[in-house]
Design a protein around this ligand. Structure first.
Ligand code: SAM
Ligand code: ASE
Length: 347
């Protein structure tokens, strides 16, 4: 693609890319300090000094942070009787406050505490082709989910991250295919139960079992799934080692992208063995375009899979090949128009 003469004279795009991490960190800092939560709580505009005082920060630092948030369209500013006052935009109120039902606060927190540090070692990750937990957090080689869950606090933060995107894309992924004929559904690596909740709300006859590691099941029961959800149950196990019980649909959301082709094939073959004829498998994943031109979000996520996991993001043709090698047929793909898409296969 040719750039315009004007762009060659003044490379605005490159300048924007250089600033990218500052934009991220500015938004993260405003979230972490509680700027958006405070403005929601107060319910009206506040001066920079008042915000600094309430949040216990320097006045000068807060003044600059708020100015940058206005530039990023995360806050609104107005002058009233000589005083400069700040308030939330609709977008920050809906997505950046902790208690909002559509909050991305926990995604922001995980990006800021974990992903950001892994990405400071991106160059090394690419040289070596492996995750950067050792460098970023000083922990020596452990199994993937042992490093992701290196403390109870970190496990909870990861679970909150996993949970939060389904506030935005959950309904789309469970309704991309009509799943109403499947009543006994297993969500392998089902984590916080976000997908399970979407399923039972979209399909009144379905029951969903969340299959995950024992520690995760314990946390999910404690923090995420209410015991009143009669149609959601738990099953503790390791999907690489322990039996996979009977079901008529197996959902694997963001599971295959954590693993190498070999491990993915091993897992999908185990799932295929557990399937009866007619049973299905539903993969929920971000998808790369076959022509390698995008989507940029998924291309960046694939780099994140490199710095954080053993896996990668894949193209539809790669998922098709994995599923067919594992014994699935009639593979169909549906795009949702959002980050995550859906791949359905049958035994
Ligand atoms: N499906 C959820 C979602 O998309 O929000 C969570 C995806 S998360 C990337 C991967 C999940 O697989 C985690 O909940 C993790 O605990 C679980 N997991 C990893 N290894 C596992 C294993 N060997 N057996 C069962 N679950 C496992
Ligand atoms: C995983 C998904 C994620 C494992 C580690 C992860 C995500 C972040 N870290 O299965 C969610 C997607 N976001 C990005 C930046 O990739």
């Amino acid at each position: 693609m040719e750039v315009s003469k004007q762009e060659l004279e003044y490379p605005q795009m490159l300048l924007n890319y250089m600033d990218g991490f500052m934009i991220s960190k500015t938004m993260f800092a405003a979230c972490e300090l509680g700027v958006f939560d405070l403005l929601l709580e107060v319910g009206g505009p506040l001066s920079s000094n008042a915000i600094a005082e309430r949040l216990g920060t320097s006045a000068d630092g807060m003044d600059r942070l708020l100015a940058a948030c206005v530039g990023l369209r995360l806050l609104e500013v107005k002058e009233h009787q000589g005083e400069v006052l700040y308030s939330n935009t609709d977008l920050s109120q809906m997505y950046l406050t902790k208690a909002s039902p559509r909050t991305l606060y926990y995604s922001v927190a995980y990006y800021s505490h974990t992903i950001y540090h892994c990405f400071s070692h991106l160059t090394d990750a690419i040289r070596e082709g492996k995750s950067q937990y050792e460098r970023a957090f000083g922990i020596s080689s452990m199994e993937l989910f042992e490093s992701l869950y290196r403390s109870e606090e970190e496990m909870l933060k990861f679970m909150q991250l996993m949970n939060s995107i389904w506030n935005i894309c959950g309904k789309d992924v469970v309704t991309a295919f009509d799943l109403s004929t499947f009543t006994n559904i297993f969500d392998l690596g089902g984590c916080t139960g976000a997908i399970a909740k979407e399923c039972i709300s979209a399909y009144p006859r379905s029951r969903v079992t969340i299959y995950d590691l024992p520690k995760v099941v314990e946390m999910a029961g404690r923090y995420f799934v209410s015991p009143d959800e009669e149609r959601i149950t738990f099953h503790e196990g390791d999907f690489f080692k322990d039996p996979i019980p009977d079901a008529d649909l197996y959902i694997l959301a963001r599971i295959i992208h954590d693993w190498t082709d070999d491990r993915s094939l091993e897992l999908l073959t185990r799932v295929n063995k557990a399937c009866k004829p007619g049973s299905g498998v539903l993969l929920i994943e971000a998808l790369l375009e076959e022509d390698r031109r995008g989507p940029i979000t998924t291309q960046l996520y694939s780099l994140n899979m490199l710095v954080q996991t053993e896996g990668k993001e894949r193209m539809p043709s790669e998922y098709l090949k994995l599923l067919e090698s594992a014994g699935f047929k009639d593979v169909q793909i549906r795009k949702t128009g959002k980050i995550y898409n859906v791949i359905f296969g049958r035994k």
